[in-house]
Design a protein around this ligand. Structure first.
Ligand SMILES: [Zn+2]
Length: 327
């Protein structure tokens, strides 16, 4: 590994399993330069969430696919891990899409394979509030509905990653029990360190690892404990690693730049029910940017992680799961 402040894109596969900027058709994808410049190899870009109607997801997919096609010197929409390896060799940032909340399916399980064909490679159940598929983390704790169970079957069939972030405890435990493929938390931190409902308890982390899945550590200050210090981010990695092993930890930065953060604040205000005051009375605490990852890597070295373990956490662990699940 390089000891310079910035990695070269060739040093290590870096897998960021979730972007935090707004999923809407007029979002400008030139902001992906932040990830590319930081040496990230693959980013899952969010194209929709339950806060907006399902048509927004379709329109955002249309826009993002068109924008990416026009920027093919720098970015490539991938279908497989082989595509990611090829993109990395060509110095391009590999992209696929994710959906936060199954209201994007509009109650129709056939939408799973349609979204898969359009580039969606992971989807979570409910964005903070309960929906037709199951429970959200800021709502009454409920398990999967029959619809939610049916969706998992379709996801397992097409090879879409089942993601448990943002969802209620019982929904996540049900999902991890019935999915025939490994299940991930794309962007969730340890609740034992920070008692926020968006974070996950030890039983969820253990169940995730038992499926062969990975927990992606989130870089939002509020979920880290109020600050975006890379040392605190490393604390969450160390915690999950001590609990289940370093091969079940990854990155899900949820990053949005300052301009985007202002837009997000407006959306928060207009849809306050999705972010209850009891959980969001404090500031969101900023977003840790991907250019801090070399510092995180140094911190992990100083805390006793081997180069192989760090390479796993930075990207190879999620790559392993995707290789197993995507078809
Ligand atoms: Zn999220």
């Amino acid at each position: 590994m390089s000891d310079s402040d910035k990695w070269s894109i060739n040093d290590m596969l870096v897998w960021d399993s979730h972007s935090g900027f707004e999923s809407r058709p007029d979002a400008r994808l030139n902001q992906l330069k932040t990830w590319r410049d930081a040496g990230v190899s693959y980013l899952s870009v969010n194209v929709g969430y339950d806060v907006r109607p399902w048509q927004n997801t379709v329109n955002t997919l249309a826009s993002f696919r068109t924008q990416l096609a026009k920027m093919s010197d720098d970015y490539v929409l991938v279908k497989s891990v082989t595509d990611i390896d090829r993109a990395r060799a060509e110095g391009k940032l590999a992209i696929s899409f994710d959906i936060e909340g199954m209201e994007s399916l509009n109650g129709n399980t056939d939408m799973v394979s349609l979204y898969y064909d359009l580039g969606v490679r992971q989807m979570l159940f409910a964005y903070n509030l309960n929906n037709r598929a199951g429970g959200g983390c800021h709502d009454k704790n409920v398990g999967l509905t029959d619809f939610g169970r049916d969706v998992i079957k379709h996801m397992n069939h097409v090879g879409m990653l089942v993601d448990c972030s943002h969802s209620a405890y019982s929904t996540t435990m049900d999902a991890m029990e019935i999915s025939t493929d490994p299940v991930i938390f794309s962007h969730s931190n340890a609740r034992a360190l920070v008692d926020h409902e968006r974070n996950i308890v030890d039983a969820q982390i253990k169940a995730c690892a038992a499926t062969g899945g990975v927990v992606g550590i989130n870089g939002i200050g509020l979920f880290l404990g109020g600050t975006i210090d890379p040392a605190i981010f490393a604390d969450h990695i160390v915690y999950v690693s001590d609990l289940v092993g370093p091969e079940y930890v990854g990155l899900g930065l949820d990053y949005a730049d300052e301009e985007e953060a202002e837009d997000i604040a407006d959306v928060f205000e207009a849809n306050a029910n999705f972010w209850p005051q009891t959980q969001y009375k404090d500031s969101i605490g900023g977003f840790m940017s991907p250019d801090k990852l070399p510092r995180v890597s140094e911190l992990l070295t100083s805390r006793g992680f081997s180069a192989t373990e760090i390479a796993g956490i930075m990207g190879k662990n999620f790559r392993r799961v995707a290789e197993q699940v995507w078809r």
